[in-house]
Design a protein. Structure first.
Length: 306
């Protein structure tokens, strides 16, 4: 891979954004490159929605590496709160400081209160870390799978995404000197409120076309044969037309292609496909459906043109 570019060298055009992403192996469609470019130029968060495994999270990693910026990731989950995502006070250290002050006598309560709520007792979580200055430039903040978090936490993000600041009652307001590059992803297990979406530029990341997926496989696995890569892409594209509980994303395509190359497969056949379906499909009901005649037909369709 190419070395990181200067932190100040943001792309100056959509074509430059496409080139920057492709230099790190991310083959984006022009629409995605355009909205990413605009997000950087306008200083607006980028909200990416789509099925799992289509490359939403990866774009934040690629931007971090290509721009030479720190990547700060907040993985969302049910029950995520301010203490885990933003900050909390080091209560044990504060208690020790209080007892030491009391043991020394002549305690000035106002001064003690000020001392124990100082920066050195503040435990900074990802959102607060993203607001701090960095010599390499403002970091890339990835808020991953926001749809998994509770609505209350989503509402808390509004101040951060509007003004890039956090208000800590005992400490004051922390404001970013330079706004971070914010990427928010959602697998759409629930709808995200309009109030948050209005603060972002939006893009739906869809499954790639067969041509683009083939190019992705060849880029990520340069040693794979043309014949096998074409068969893999045809097979996966056909699966996405089925009514599965979870269709395979690009991440699963790459996993499966890697598995097949590790097994020195030269072409798809019933035995090798049956043995490796767990790299492609992640639910037993889906794997069970891809058996017998249906599996044979999918393999035949994938291999008939090579």
């Amino acid at each position: 891979m190419s070395p990181p570019v200067s932190a100040a060298a943001l792309p100056t055009s959509v074509d430059a954004m496409l080139e920057l992403l492709s230099s790190r192996g991310y083959l984006a469609e022009r629409a995605l490159a355009t909205v990413t470019y605009l997000s950087l130029r306008m200083g607006r968060p980028l909200f990416l929605e789509g099925e799992a495994g289509v490359g939403k999270t990866e774009i934040a990693k690629v931007l971090s590496a290509a721009l030479g910026r720190k990547l700060i990731r907040l993985q969302c989950y049910e029950g995520l709160d301010v203490a885990s995502a933003v900050y909390e006070w080091n209560s044990a250290a504060q208690m020790i400081a209080i007892r030491l002050a009391e043991a020394g006598g002549d305690v000035d309560r106002d001064q003690l209160t000020s001392d124990i709520f100082a920066d050195r007792y503040l435990i900074k979580r990802p959102l607060l870390q993203a607001l701090e200055p960095d010599v390499a430039g403002a970091p890339v903040l990835l808020i991953d799978e926001l749809d998994r978090a509770d609505e209350a936490f989503e509402a808390y993000l509004l101040e951060i995404l509007s003004d890039f600041q956090v208000t800590i009652p005992e400490f004051g307001t922390v404001k970013a000197p330079h706004p971070p590059i914010v990427i928010i992803t959602s697998n759409r297990t629930r709808e995200i409120h309009d109030a948050l979406k209005r603060r972002c530029l939006y893009h739906w990341v869809d499954y790639p076309s067969a041509e683009r997926e083939l190019a992705i496989v060849k880029t990520r696995l340069p040693g794979i044969s043309q014949r096998l890569s074409q068969q893999i892409v045809r097979f996966v594209q056909a699966l996405r037309d089925q009514d599965f509980y979870k269709s395979p994303g690009v991440a699963e395509t790459l996993d499966w292609a890697t598995a097949l190359t590790e097994l020195d497969a030269r072409s798809l056949n019933a035995e090798v496909v049956g043995d490796t379906l767990g790299a492609l499909l992640k639910y037993q009901d889906d794997i069970t459906r891809m058996q017998g005649d249906q599996l044979q037909k999918a393999i035949k369709d994938a291999t008939s043109e090579t």
